[in-house]
Write a new protein. Structure first.
Length: 299
């Protein structure tokens, strides 16, 4: 196939988003082999190649149409959007999907023992961060003037080194903050990974593959929590039992041969089915309960 008709998707080369990004694409059916330099993954069963790059480069690569698509943290693209705006350019990449990995938040944290009285406390303080534009935006929205100390990493040690009074950094479990005797006081941005695409119009073949990929991503995201549940129920308890099925739309109801007072119910539950739910179903008269994982789903 013509090289220009193969989709290019930029993913983080090595970091927190690498495994979940690759895992998502493999679940979408992609088989790929990595070149010698390890920088490109060649799709073997789809016209889609992966570009392995630093996450910070992904918005530019997509904006400049070097890559058609990118998987990156919302934090990175929102920082980029503000940085471009400050330079008088508009960000032109488009967010196609929010994904269910890479969850974290950009938060302001202060040293333990600080009497933080609210955002106003930040007035005139020095705040260390690797996200100067998002922090400046947060402060400007609240009309707070503070000094932003832009660092390239190890933000959490800045207060101990006397370089800052507070920090603005990504937090997921919070253990890095605890280890550095800091605690979160304000959330600047809730983040997760997103799929972005170039603003440039793509040839029809490529667009078709973008659509197919999106459909598969939706399918993969839906089945993660979904379960297929089967059970027998007395007709008299049908309404109650249907009400107990978590997140299911229209279950299939099948008559049971030789048991006019009973039916079989099959339903896809779009939430996890917990033991408590099964216990409640049993209490309501259900029997022969079976819960199965769902492998693929296409609406
Ligand atoms: O080399 P490259 O530039 O590609 O990688 P990177 O070092 O810039 O990025 P990386 O791999 O650390 O993170 C990639 C993306 O993962 C981020 O842009 C976020 O979208 C997302 N993410 C999710 C996180 C975290 N969780 C996270 N916890 N990114 C960074 N962290 C940091 C956090 O700042 C803290 O210093 O991890 C540390 C531990 O966090 P706790 O709260 O779990 O202790
Ligand atoms: Zn980075």
């Amino acid at each position: 196939m013509d090289k220009d008709l193969r989709l290019k998707l930029a993913v983080q080369k090595s970091g927190r988003l690498t495994d979940p990004s690759v895992d998502l694409l493999v679940r979408c059916g992609l088989k790929f082999s990595r070149g010698k330099d390890q920088l490109v993954g060649y799709g073997e069963n789809m016209p889609l190649d992966l570009l392995f790059v630093r996450d910070d480069d992904i918005p530019d690569l997509v904006q400049e149409d070097v890559s058609d698509l990118g998987l990156v943290g919302l934090n990175v693209i929102e920082e980029k959007r503000l940085e471009l705006a400050a330079r008088g350019t508009a960000a032109r990449f488009e967010v196609l999907r929010s994904l269910d990995f890479g969850r974290c938040r950009l938060s302001i944290a202060v040293p333990d023992g600080t009497l933080f009285t609210g955002p106003d406390w930040l007035r005139g303080k020095r705040i260390a961060t690797t996200y100067p534009y998002l922090l400046a935006h947060y402060l400007a929205e609240r009309k707070i003037e503070a000094e932003i100390v832009t660092l390239s990493g190890a933000v959490e040690i800045a207060p101990r080194l006397g370089r800052a009074d507070a920090i603005c950094d990504l937090v997921s479990t919070g253990s890095t903050l605890v280890a550095n005797r800091l605690h979160e006081v304000e959330t600047v941005l809730e983040s997760h990974a997103v799929l972005i695409r170039t603003p440039v119009a793509l040839p029809a073949v490529k667009n078709e593959w973008v659509e197919r990929l999106l459909m598969r991503i939706d399918g993969v995201q839906q089945v993660k929590e979904s379960k297929y549940i089967m059970l027998h129920a007395p007709r008299a308890a049908l309404a109650e039992i249907r009400g107990l099925l978590p997140g299911s739309e229209s279950p299939t109801i099948i008559p049971l041969d030789g048991h006019p007072d009973k039916v079989a119910i099959h339903a896809v539950c779009r939430e996890n089915v917990f033991w408590e739910t099964l216990e409640s179903l049993k209490k309501a008269g259900a029997s022969a309960l079976l819960v199965l994982p769902v492998e693929k789903m296409l609406a």
